[in-house]
Ligand binder design. Structure first.
Ligand SMILES: [Zn+2]
Ligand SMILES: [Zn+2]
Length: 408
């Protein structure tokens, strides 16, 4: 019989912690209060605490028995530059910053698992509870990559690493996951077509940067449609197109601009497809600019890689979630999502699995990164129970330990 753990008095504490973190959001690499909050609690549970990986990162280690088996569980601590629209008592006290992605909930659920397991360490080995900064940066300088680069898995050798994210629209008490690519890579590009200012009536005497940049944009979309295997999902978006002088409004209409500036993003589910875009977009931009007598500056910036779950760890995640909510509430073959996540860097270093936990569906729910979003506190017991089951399924039982199944 699947069952949620009885958290007893802990449940009230966890809701209070979640709301405390929510009220004090901190953005990338500035999570000092949150990092202190996490470290103090881990110490109070009796864990060994390591600080400083990735700047504000915290790793709490819980050991039991004598085995060298070890896994890592990861939560993210950072908030977003969004001004909170909610009016409840625990709304953000840092104007312009907000926990609009539920990392307050992720941090709380992992703290809950650390506290529960510290009281019932029914496993033989080590669990490393990893609290990372800066999941939201979108570039290679994100917190997950920094912790890995600074030696996370050398300092804390593990056989697997696991992550979890809430998902609005997925009902409360449900989980969703898949093997293989589950979330996309994200890369960004920018280019500038350079010419000179001109009079609109004599524009034919110098390259028109707006028209040329428009051709390049069209070529990029054409390449996505005709240059890539259609079985490979790709999202290419132009997110910025700037030219002309918006300040000098009266004059602006009589002067053509000396440059046009364009930015965009590329999401894929295959690192080889990223390589293709990295290689071809610049060549197209330079070629089209040259064919029109203009010059072009182009840059392609790699962000997060494709997030790939390994099949054994995914199966274990499905079993752990099923032990909490029953198999029918676990979608083990969800469609990939074209959003990105820096946990992908940890999965490049170790086998592992990233799972989605339902934040609730129906009226009143809104998606993450929305100023009205809030993490659903009712998801906390599901998340804590999942982590505890996953630990017990991943690590051996202590000799003669007589582990009581947490799902009995
Ligand atoms: Zn987010
Ligand atoms: Zn997030």
């Amino acid at each position: 019989m699947p069952a949620i753990l009885d958290l007893g008095d802990m449940q009230g504490d966890l809701v209070a912690w979640r709301r405390d973190i929510h009220a004090h959001p901190e953005t990338a690499f500035e999570e000092t209060r949150t990092s202190d909050f996490v470290a103090q609690r881990l110490e109070s549970f009796g864990l060994e605490v390591d600080r400083g990986l990735g700047g504000t990162g915290v790793v709490g280690t819980l050991k039991a028995g004598t085995s060298n088996a070890a896994i890592a569980l990861r939560a993210d601590m950072d908030a977003l530059f969004i001004h909170e629209a909610n009016e409840f008592s625990y709304r953000s006290t840092n104007d312009g910053k907000m926990h609009a992605c539920g990392h307050d909930g992720h941090t709380t659920m992992l703290l809950g698992a650390a506290r529960y397991l510290s009281q019932k360490p029914e496993f033989d080995g080590a669990v490393h509870f990893v609290f990372q900064p800066a999941e939201e940066t979108g570039d290679e300088e994100c917190g997950g990559n920094r912790m890995v680069r600074e030696g996370l898995f050398d300092k804390f050798p593990v056989s697997a690493v696991f992550g979890m994210h809430n998902f609005p629209g997925l009902p409360l008490g449900h989980f969703a996951v898949r093997s293989g690519p589950m979330l996309a890579s994200i890369d960004t590009f920018e280019f500038k077509v350079l010419s000179e200012h001109n009079h609109p009536a004599t524009q034919y005497t110098s390259p028109d940067p707006i028209v040329i940049a428009g051709r390049i944009v069209e070529a990029f979309h054409g390449f996505k449609a005709r240059g890539v295997n259609p079985a490979e999902p790709v999202v290419l978006s132009i997110t910025q197109f700037q030219a002309g002088d918006p300040i000098n409004d009266r004059q602006g209409v009589h002067i053509t601009p000396d440059h046009a500036y364009v930015r965009g993003t590329v999401y894929t589910l295959n690192d080889a497809v990223r390589d293709l875009f990295d290689e071809r977009l610049g060549a197209m931009a330079h070629g089209i600019a040259a064919a029109n007598n203009a010059t072009c500056e182009f840059q392609y910036q790699r962000g997060y890689p494709v997030l790939v779950n390994t099949s054994d760890e995914k199966q274990r995640a499905v079993a752990a979630a099923g032990a909490v909510v029953g198999g029918a509430a676990v979608d083990g073959d969800m469609q990939p999502i074209m959003g990105a996540e820096d946990f992908a860097f940890m999965l490049k270093g170790r086998p592992g699995c990233y799972i989605l936990i339902g934040n609730g569906a129906g009226e009143g729910t809104c998606h993450v990164h929305n100023p009205n979003y809030d993490f659903n506190d009712e998801a906390i017991p599901f998340g804590v129970s999942y982590w505890v089951n996953l630990v017990q399924m991943s690590l051996p039982e202590q000799p003669g330990g007589g582990r009581q199944s947490s799902s009995s």
